[in-house]
Ligand binder design. Structure first.
Ligand code: SAM
Ligand code: 2KA
Ligand code: SF4
Ligand code: MG
Length: 210
């Protein structure tokens, strides 16, 4: 059990259940190829059966960590920080993003959008999931929509989600990793027919980096 003092700090975002933090190259989407410090916060109940980080789901397995310490670590590395998870929007992210931006770090988030938007973001990557749809409030804020393609129905889902984002939002289709051999050629064909979409690959997995 977490004691009340720690719970209060978590509620304020002054502590977060940190799973891991690492300096790497953003592997996916619009910022592919850019050096970034990743902060992975535990906890997710969206339940994607193909999730590549299921170890993140149970927040209780990830120790509450002082946000100030996380920020200090981040600033030693790149000038871009990606907050991911788990589902990072399960937590209050105003405190961490205010601190990061005050140090002139760019704040990026990877989110399903299934929880209320908190935090100040330079870049929001929205990756909607059928099992727990995004809240309406995030569609207009997303800079990037990244839909995972695991089967043929997912193309229709992608179009439905694209109808909800703002007109400047970058549109990406990313093959589900275990289905990449089957789905990548279908994505290529789809993007050539529908050039407002782009393909995103999980390039870090090809590069064998975190
Ligand atoms: C692990 S999630 C964490 C952030 C947030 N929960 C979300 O889903 O956006 C980070 C990104 O990886 C994507 N992802 C997770 N598992 C994947 C897989 N097996 N193949 C391709 N992309 C995957 C997610 O859709 C998301 O865009
Ligand atoms: N290199 C790298 N790029 C990523 N882009 C999104 C990731 C994530 O898990 O949120 C991720 C990740 O885990 N590694
Ligand atoms: S929402 Fe993100 S972290 Fe949660 S199960 Fe789906 S891919 Fe994994
Ligand atoms: Mg990942």
């Amino acid at each position: 059990m977490i004691n009340e003092a720690i719970q209060q700090q978590i509620n304020k975002g002054e502590m977060l259940p940190l799973m891991e933090e690492f300096y790497t190259i953003q592997g996916e989407g619009f910022h592919t190829g850019k050096a970034a410090y990743f902060i992975r916060i535990g906890g997710c109940d969206v339940g994607c059966h193909w999730c590549d980080v299921k170890e993140s789901w149970n927040a209780k397995l990830h120790p509450p960590t002082n946000t100030d310490t996380i920020v200090e670590n981040a600033k030693k590395y790149a000038n871009t920080v990606v907050v991911t998870g788990g589902e990072p929007l399960m937590w209050s992210l105003d405190y961490i993003t205010t601190k990061l931006q005050s140090l002139n770090l760019k704040t990026h988030i990877e989110t399903s959008g299934a929880y209320p938007l908190s935090g100040k973001w330079n870049w929001i990557c929205l990756s909607p999931k059928k099992t727990k749809l995004p809240l309406n409030e995030i569609y207009n804020e997303a800079h990037e929509l990244k839909v995972i393609i695991s089967n043929n129905h997912d193309f229709k889902f992608a179009e439905e989600q694209a109808a909800k984002v703002n007109t400047n939002c970058e549109l990406y289709l990313q093959p589900e990793w275990s289905k990449r051999e089957k789905m990548t050629p279908l994505i290529v064909e789809f993007v050539m027919k529908n050039p407002h979409w782009k393909i995103s690959l999980q390039t870090h997995k090809y590069l064998n980096i975190p």
